[in-house]
Design a protein around this ligand. Structure first.
Ligand code: SAH
Length: 349
């Protein structure tokens, strides 16, 4: 998801582990704090709340709206009995649609690095016998398939980036709009938090990374301001970082989301994982198998595009379309978080 499309404007901690604390009063249809959104967070009890929030072009707290869903199904054409790997299970929006298509004779292997969200999605989709959830990075898809389906998959799908549940929860530290610990780890595999990165990296290296991950025009000034600020006090909170970036580039409204996205991509080695996935996909697909990847960042899209071109040149694959598929006006309006999405797909010969 594109970080510039954060639509929530909440603040405060998620309230996890505060078993005995009193529930906050629900302040009308637009509560600003994450923990006040209990009607959205409890869809079983308040089913209409989800529809109401979505009708306003927002994502209900604790959920994720699947992006380019009908286009993905059209491109990947899942069939009854297929084995599908969903490399980024998230809330399971795409996986649920795959499960419906593959039916009881098929199988969906849902991978995610985020153990908490993976378990919640596994519970939510428990009625589907064909779902197997694996907590791993999709960089290790070869090992996952060797264990579960040595014959390979008919479809491999990835919907890159973060989920709405992750970005909306201030305790995860992904959001520049809500104060929280500067963490940004999608799962326990990432050893260093965003604060660890920021407090350890040299100003030169940070400049290079901000250019590579986000083409940030004020990269050098921002990196230097970060170095000065952390020499006085290390960064601990998301708002410390947002304020420092804003103070350098007050007229550059995109700088804060770009710096947050770059840092998130570093913390989780997102391009490294994607490179690995692309390297092994041809080995993991059965003949006639399809791959589909939704990316939200030009660096990711370049990697996907060039991998598909290389496979095509070696006569292994045919691409499904020359240009990436992007969300239509209606989807962009209903779900602004879909804005930067680009779907590329190809079929193994
Ligand atoms: N398609 C999903 C949403 C996916 S959001 C849905 O419809 O609900 C992206 C998910 O990818 C997040 O849950 C994130 O934790 C996961 N993710 C990101 N990088 C990953 C990686 N390298 N390996 C496995 N999961 C990853």
């Amino acid at each position: 998801m594109s970080d510039s499309d954060e639509s929530a404007t909440t603040s405060g901690a998620a309230g996890e582990g505060r078993k005995f604390s009193r529930r906050l009063r629900y302040r009308g249809p637009n509560p600003r704090r994450f923990e006040e959104r209990y009607k959205e967070l409890d869809p079983e009890k308040y089913p209409d709340m989800q529809t109401h929030v979505r009708g306003q072009g927002r994502t209900p707290a604790g959920t994720h709206v699947p992006i380019l869903l009908s286009e993905t199904l059209e491109m990947l054409a899942p069939q009854a009995g297929d084995v599908i790997v969903d490399c980024t299970l998230g809330y399971g929006g795409h996986a649920r649609a795959f499960l419906e298509k593959v039916g009881p004779s098929g199988r969906v292997i849902g991978i995610d690095v985020d153990v908490g969200e993976l378990e919640a999605t596994q519970r939510r989709l428990a009625r589907y016998d064909g779902l197997t959830c694996v907590c791993a990075s999709f960089a290790g898809i070869e090992r996952v398939l060797a264990d579960l389906e040595p014959g390979g998959a008919n479809v491999i799908f990835a919907d890159l980036g973060v989920s709405s549940m992750q970005i909306d929860n201030p305790a995860r530290g992904f959001s520049y709009k809500q104060d929280g610990p500067l963490d940004m780890r999608m799962g326990p595999r990432a050893k260093r938090t965003a604060a660890d990165w920021l407090n350890g990296i040299s100003a030169q290296e940070l400049t290079d990374q901000l250019v590579e991950f986000s083409d940030e025009p004020n990269a050098k000034e921002i990196a230097e301001a970060i170095a000065v600020r952390r020499a006085a006090r290390p960064f601990l909170r998301t708002q410390d970082l947002a304020d420092t970036v804003r103070s350098v580039a007050p007229d550059n409204a995109g700088a804060v989301p770009r710096v947050f996205r770059a840092l998130r991509m570093m913390v989780n080695d997102e391009l490294g994982a994607l490179r690995n996935l692309l390297r092994v996909i041809p080995l993991c697909l059965r003949p006639g198998g399809r791959i589909g990847i939704i990316s939200f960042h030009s660096g990711e899209d370049r990697l996907v595009k060039s991998a598909i071109r290389n496979w095509e040149e070696s006569g292994l694959f045919v691409r499904s379309s020359d240009t990436p598929i992007t969300p239509g006006q209606r989807e962009r309006h209903e779900n602004p978080r879909s804005n930067a999405a680009r779907l590329r797909s190809a079929r193994k010969i």
